[in-house]
Design a protein around this ligand. Sequence first.
Ligand SMILES: C[S@@+](CC[C@H](N)C(=O)[O-])C[C@H]1O[C@@H](n2cnc3c(N)ncnc32)[C@H](O)[C@@H]1O
Length: 338
Amino acid sequence: MSSLNQALSVALDNRQSLLVELHAQGTDCYRLFHGSQEGASGLTIDRYGPQLLVQTFHNTLDRDALLALHAAINAHLGLALMLVYNDRSHGNSRIDRTDAVYKAEDAALEDLVGHEWGLNYRVRGRHAGQDPLLFLDLRNARGWVKDHAKGKSVLNLFAYTCGVGLSAAAGGAREVCNLDFAEGNLAVGRENGKLNPHLPDMGFIQSDYFPAIRQLAGLPIASRRGQKLPSYARLEQRQFDLVLLDPPAWAKSAFGTVDLLRDYQSLLKPALLTTAENGVLICCNNLAKVSMDDWRDQVLRCANKIGRPVRDCQVLTPGVDFPSMDQQPPLKTLILQL
Ligand SMILES: C[S@@+](CC[C@H](N)C(=O)[O-])C[C@H]1O[C@@H](n2cnc3c(N)ncnc32)[C@H](O)[C@@H]1O
């Protein structure tokens, strides 16, 4: 057995009880191999419903290795998952897609449906973006939101494909609003809504974060060095009972820079002000080099400074399909009761 297959076999064994639990709760989207922590840095293997998504970030996988791990996983799960391999080791994939294995079967590339916490999600092995349409390490946060959204107004910031919004709707939120500047991501969010027709409709705001959150928070929108700002959606000042702030590590727009290393505060402050008294703000930081202790101190200090002290702060960790040897998972999540 190759060392990769050996590492995979250990990873699958370690997930035995988790998979039983996930299947029982209506989840068939999860990580089967988290290479950086399980013996093959730069390789991830995820199940998305009927699809097995293999991704490499450092080195391309050769054909035989790919076929061997596909066969081993299907045998272990007793399923016939359809393989999609996306090599992201050189920016965009450069593997030879004339090869049938690398190309993937047509059926594997169709619009498919995966499930999490009993909800249906659009799954697409290849699409205009690089990332899969559902970030699996946020599953526990979506579960928390589903369990705590009843009767609440919910604002999902940096909504991507609106998984958190969908979870809130499923949990009985009275209102759900998803905000993101990327039309394509919100379009998948709308699809996710349609895939769950029993749920109430969600709201969508297509806007840059900075002008939107500052208007909601009642803060002025500053232009940088007197430069004229592009037009932006007008919003009334208001607060929500439950707010989710899960930004990307870094992104620049005409209105500001999302920078989780150097300036979390400029994202956090308006989000705190947009959270109602006695409300909850769930905030995340997915940058591995930021430690939980430092970041939590920063968050709590910022809340104190703007007069919205945190009454209770709970740490939420990703599921055990995202193991971390040092107990410091890159995705850090805090549930702040204000
Ligand atoms: C890492 S994803 C967030 C994941 C998401 N919270 C989830 O539940 O899966 C980053 C998202 O932020 C959006 N984004 C990045 N910069 C933005 C900005 N300045 N304003 C609004 N959305 C932004 C991107 O379009 C993308 O959908």
